[in-house]
Design a protein around this ligand. Structure first.
Ligand code: ZN
Length: 482
């Protein structure tokens, strides 16, 4: 195990290359840290402060998602600097360009002029079309795979007679779609309808800058929201034998519904006005950022890791490593461009007073919104940072995956301070331990290839917007009479 002293005295680039190589190894082996992925959030529903932090996190997550363009590696993080006037702080995995500032200004204007979240769809289509289309395409795939199975399951499901129980958070959709006071419709009919609407509205749909697209997306949201929150879907999720079939579908429904949380931001803006904002720019000096060349083969990494084998375990043979199918992709990309991830840029920027000792951290949770869930290294780094500095930085969760392009923050351009490096050491050691354990299980572990992005838990709307929502629903959702 590398010692802290040796890290201090060695160049950070050397450690960055070794870290990236170990991360690449884990990545190709399909590693996901399930403990990190399933770690509970620090919220407690009984706690008023925690509820406030949760709402703030929802708003910040939504802002980050709305500002993303969908291009690969473009991750955005957002937090509030509350030291003087509240300011929205934004960071990217990549360098900030002038267009980023224009995009945020346009977003804030769109929110300021919006009555409800779908009024922001023209902005999203203009700046985030790729992301919207990706989410629609993913849902289309899930609906294509599972809609018939879901319909068959629904036919065998025992519905209760109370619509509110079967379809929580769907009253607006139901009132607009089924305006008749009396059935012919039944809960089964409604479920079959929303499955059908999700299937049909996704099919061949790509967002365009026109009213037709906006209405279609709105209808898709209505059906997706109704299905996602239905007691029927919750019933399937509770059954481990069937839940795996719809885990991805449920997440994808959530990603379509996530935009409805713009309503929370609209409410906030109505109360306190538009946030002033600024992007964080950081120097790469003293960090692991840059272009690095990795070693030629995964066997080199395994040999290095097993130089001093832990315990009495025998080192895995090179044959074992060679036979793992994904590792043959190792030399497809030997050069890696590393970047400090957006959420860590936020922490580094806003924590300087805590690190210098000029300010003591409070017990308040400090939410950071992200356009994607945090990765394994960010979680390890944040955990170490919070423990050492006494802060409570948090994001919406993690997918537990390693990324070889994750850069060590190092001194982040500051004067060398032993504390900075301790956070890096926590990541280096944490990744190293996982490589050791995972390579041990090389022959028996089935690679996982889950892809997890942050998904919201559906709409969370307040009373002031309720009537407007009903009117909008009546306008956009055609009544169903069969
Ligand atoms: Zn990360």
């Amino acid at each position: 195990m590398r010692s802290f002293t040796s890290l201090i005295t060695s160049g950070i680039k050397t450690y960055q290359v070794r870290l990236s190589e170990e991360l690449r190894l884990l990545q190709l082996l399909g590693f996901t840290d399930l403990n990190v992925k399933n770690a509970s959030t620090v919220f407690s529903n009984e706690d008023k402060c925690a509820t406030k932090a949760h709402t703030e996190l929802c708003i910040l997550d939504t802002i980050a998602v709305c500002l993303i363009s969908g291009e690969q590696d473009n991750v955005i993080a957002a937090a509030l600097d509350k030291r003087e006037n509240i300011t929205l702080i934004l960071a990217k995995n990549r360098h900030v360009v002038p267009e980023d500032t224009v995009r945020v200004s346009d977003f804030m204007s769109a929110v300021e002029g919006a009555e409800l979240w779908d009024d922001v769809l023209p902005f999203l289509t203009k700046y985030s079309k790729e992301q919207l289309d990706k989410r629609i395409a993913h849902l289309r795939l899930s609906m294509f795979q599972h809609s018939e199975w879901l319909a068959a399951e629904a036919r065998g499901y025992q519905f209760s007679s109370a619509l509110e129980t079967e379809f929580p958070e769907a009253s607006v959709y139901l009132e607009a779609s089924y305006p008749e006071a009396q059935p012919p419709w039944t809960p089964l009919r409604i479920i079959l309808d929303v499955i059908q609407v999700c299937f049909k509205e996704c099919d061949g749909f790509e967002m365009q800058s026109n009213e037709l697209s906006y209405v279609r997306f709105y209808r898709l949201y209505g059906a997706a929201n109704t299905l996602r929150n239905s007691a029927f879907l919750a019933h399937i999720v509770q059954d481990p034998r069937r839940a795996w079939r719809i885990e991805k579908l449920k997440r994808r429904l959530g990603k379509i519904c996530q935009y409805s949380r713009i309503d929370l931001l609209i409410k906030q803006v109505r109360k306190g006005g538009v946030y002033p904002f600024r992007w964080i720019e950081m120097t790469s000096r003293g960090t692991g950022e840059g272009r690095h060349t990795l070693c030629n083969s995964p066997q080199d990494v395994v040999a290095r890791v097993w130089k001093n084998p832990p315990g009495k375990q025998p080192a895995p043979s090179s044959k074992t490593v060679e036979t793992h199918p994904n590792l043959t992709n190792w030399d497809e990309k030997l050069v890696v461009d590393t970047h400090i991830h957006a959420e860590l840029r936020i922490i580094l920027h806003l924590s300087r007073p805590f690190l210098s000792g000029s300010q003591k951290p409070s017990d308040m949770q400090l939410p950071i919104g992200c356009s994607k869930r945090s990765c394994l290294c960010c979680m390890l780094w944040m955990e170490s940072f919070n423990k050492i500095v006494g802060t409570h930085w948090m994001t919406g969760g993690s997918h537990g995956k390693p990324y070889d392009a994750w850069a060590l923050p190092g001194t982040a351009g500051d004067t060398l301070d032993a504390k900075w490096r301790e956070f890096d050491v926590a990541v280096i050691n944490g990744v190293h331990e996982r490589v050791v354990k995972h390579v041990e299980m090389l022959l028996t572990t089935k690679p996982r290839t889950n892809s997890d992005d942050l998904a919201s838990s559906g709409s969370e709307l307040g009373d002031p917007l309720e009537e407007a929502r009903r009117a909008r629903a009546r306008k956009h959702w055609l009544p169903r009479t069969t």
